[in-house]
Design a protein around this ligand. Structure first.
Ligand code: CP
Length: 305
């Protein structure tokens, strides 16, 4: 039994294999339609969600399983029951637990007491399901991932962490441009550098958004203020504007660049309308690919494909 708490839970061979399976599931939506019949999967959200919640719920149903969707406010978790006890109890009812939460530690604790697979549906530290959809989207549009330049602009947050790990596992050159003080955490950067050395990619941190955009094959960004940081929004709005994914940055990139945003977008802040609605944007494909990659992930966690 395995968990998916971090992109680093997939090896450099498992990752492309999983993307292959996701592509096959996208090409044939009826594939593996009864693979998880008779199973139940808990989807627990301690933060809001549109894409993750709906794509998991629909994907679970498409694989023949039953989704139990809950917010922490509906659970005794919201009244102080521990995550350990919640994991012990849910494991007696369901076959996997998908959790969106705050500290990564909550997922790690859950994975030690649950006797079923645990999936990270976003924590403050990583968004590993998003990174799978991002890689599938890049592969669809650029064919080969290896050697491509992936530039992430903005906050060195959970999305940046997962992209650093996923991009380097795919052999990409990952550039992260953040304001000073908003860099990805050193532990993740160090691990991404190790992976890059093994896979022939590279990691570059910079405070220069224009330099980071030059020649990039992929430009990606995320909100400047993540869930749980709302009190910092005004302060962040002063620091981040030069990292906005604008047409000026798109024009500096490779002519065939694709633009990603994990969504939801704050149009006019981290990305302009012109770019997100423009010809280089593939954000709707990226959102769709959450469904296919998560179905592939569940099949692999249960060892049935
Ligand atoms: N990208 C993403 O995780 O979207 P949601 O917050 O809507 O699930």
């Amino acid at each position: 039994m395995r968990h998916y708490l971090s992109v680093d839970d997939l090896s450099t061979t498992e990752l492309p294999d999983l993307l292959d399976l996701a592509a096959a599931l996208k090409a044939d939506r009826g594939a593996h339609a009864r693979a998880l019949a008779g199973r139940s999967i808990a989807l627990i959200f301690e933060k809001p969600s549109t894409r993750t919640r709906v794509s998991f719920e629909v994907g679970v149903e498409q694989l023949g399983a039953h989704a139990v969707v809950l917010s922490s406010a509906e659970l005794q978790l919201g009244r102080g029951e521990t995550i350990q006890d919640t994991g012990r109890v849910l494991s007696r009812y369901v076959d996997a637990i998908v959790l969106r939460t705050f500290e990564q530690e909550r997922l790690e604790i859950l994975s030690t007491t649950a006797t079923v697979p645990v999936v990270n549906a976003l924590s403050d530290f990583e968004h590993p399901c998003q990174a799978l959809a991002d890689l599938l989207t890049i592969r669809e549009h650029l064919d080969d991932l290896r050697g491509r330049v992936l530039t992430y602009l903005g906050d060195g947050n959970n999305v940046a962490h997962s992209l650093l790990l996923a991009g380097t596992k795919a052999g990409m050159h990952v550039r992260v441009a953040t304001p000073p003080g908003f860099e990805p955490i050193p532990q993740v950067v160090h691990r991404a550098e190790e992976i890059a050395a093994e896979m022939g990619g590279s990691v570059e941190l910079t405070h220069d958004p224009e330099g980071a955009a030059v020649g990039a094959h992929v430009l990606s960004t995320d909100v400047w203020t993540s869930m749980g940081q709302d009190l910092e929004a005004d302060e962040r709005a002063l620091v981040f504007p030069s990292y906005q994914l604008s047409q000026k940055l798109v024009d500096l990139a490779d002519p065939e660049v694709i633009v990603l945003h994990c969504l939801p977008a704050h149009r006019g802040q981290e990305i302009t309308d012109e770019v997100i609605d423009g010809p280089r944007s593939v954000v709707w494909d990226q959102a769709e690919n959450r469904l296919h990659t998560q179905k592939a992930l569940l099949l692999r966690l249960f060892g049935v494909a």
